[in-house]
Design a binder for this molecule. Structure first.
Ligand code: F6P
Length: 367
């Protein structure tokens, strides 16, 4: 019997998603003679049984396309808004899986998707996932697709922000995505030559940040770039945190849900810019890169990674290896059980080599 494979994309969109859809789809169709069905808008579309054909030319011309041709959502199978209330719709998804006569469903997504995929595996479906997110915070994989492209976008932004910083002798505070992890801000901060890098994993003291900026000013460099991860926060024991009304709350603050995040993160970034202006006497301006970091065509590295993982997924499906995420490991792609991945966030170890390199060139982490 020809195997029938469903593919869905879930969570935030990311560069490389279409390259991954193409990698899984073309390999399943060409190498393994399988039928591939696109499921629209993540688990919401799966629950509503909304699909699209991926036959014929559907997978042509999408390698370079940003976003996802399938559409996506942040919906969770076990907590879906239906008839005005949150309901567990797992049974509907299981029913649609069988109605579509699927042998397996491939879920392309970040940390949340890995958890939802494990739940569906435990509900009896054959599931396989690929690690997607610009945050690079999925456990047990070297890297996620989307990260390299976002790194390039954020680095280019920092390069451009240097112009106004040195022309106006200003502090430019640039907020970079990453949710609860600092990989994107750390990588782009190093690549873009930021003078200060603030990440969630190293809570900062705004007085120490100001000191680093004033030291640059005394050396004849009255301008600085501060790359701040959206999830970074002042150490709750610092005067800066107390002045900002942060205090214990800043530490205890539960990571906001996405729809609150933009406001919470932006307020904190604006407060940081205001505090630095007051402490250094230099003008400060804030730039929030936001969803620019998720837009446009994927980098060559992300296209390569997404294709590698996608084709490896097709081989694992052929071998009936389900309940796994296809993880990047060096030049290889290896299956890792979903139990090992779900619920874990890969954050930056404070002594990570990247952090040491940044310190090596004099970058301040505000600690
Ligand atoms: O997880 C990817 C990400 O871009 C995070 O870096 C960011 O905090 C979040 O998604 C934004 O979510 P949304 O697109 O739902 O606003």
């Amino acid at each position: 019997m020809v195997q029938r494979i469903g593919i869905l994309t879930s969570g935030g969109d990311s560069p490389g998603l279409n390259a991954a859809i193409r990698g899984v789809g073309k390999a399943c169709q060409a190498r393994h003679d399988m039928k591939v069905i696109g499921i629209r808008d993540g688990f919401r579309g799966f629950m509503e049984n909304r699909t699209m054909s991926l036959e014929g030319s559907a997978l042509s011309g999408i390698l370079t396309l940003g976003g996802t041709i399938l559409g996506t959502s942040r919906e969770k199978p076990h907590k879906m808004l239906v008839d005005g209330r949150l309901q567990d719709m797992t049974a509907s998804i299981v029913a649609n899986y069988h109605a579509l006569k699927l042998d397996c469903v491939v879920c392309l997504g970040g940390g949340g998707t890995q958890k939802n995929a494990l739940r569906l595996q435990q509900a009896g479906l054959n599931v396989l996932t690929l690690p997607k997110t610009i945050d690079n915070d999925v456990a047990r994989t070297d890297v996620t697709f989307g990260f390299d492209t976002a790194l390039g976008i954020a680095t280019d932004a920092i390069d451009r922000l240097h112009s106004t910083a040195h022309s106006h002798h200003r502090i430019i505070v640039v907020e970079i995505m990453g949710h609860r992890a600092g990989w994107l801000a750390l990588g782009a901060g190093i690549a873009g030559g930021a003078d200060v890098i603030l990440i969630p994993e190293i809570p900062y003291d705004v007085a120490r940040v100001a000191r680093a900026i004033k030291a640059r000013k005394q050396k004849g460099k009255p301008f600085s770039i501060v790359a701040v991860a959206e999830g970074a926060f002042p150490h709750p024991e610092t005067a800066g945190a107390r002045a900002a009304g942060g205090g214990k709350k800043a530490k205890a603050e539960k990571a906001p849900t996405y729809h609150q995040a933009d406001l919470v993160f932006a307020e904190r970034t604006l407060r940081l810019a205001q505090q630095l202006e007051a402490l250094t006497g230099l003008e400060a301006r804030m730039t929030i890169l936001g969803h620019l970091q998720r837009g446009g065509t994927p980098s060559a590295a992300d296209r390569l990674l997404a294709t590698r993982l996608g084709t490896a997924a097709a081989q694992l499906i052929e071998q009936r290896r389900y309940g796994v995420m296809v993880a990047a490991r060096g030049d290889s792609a290896v299956p890792v059980s979903l139990e090992e991945v779900a619920g874990r966030v890969k954050t930056v170890p404070p002594d990570h080599p990247w952090v040491e390199s940044a310190r090596g060139v004099g970058t301040s982490f505000g600690d």
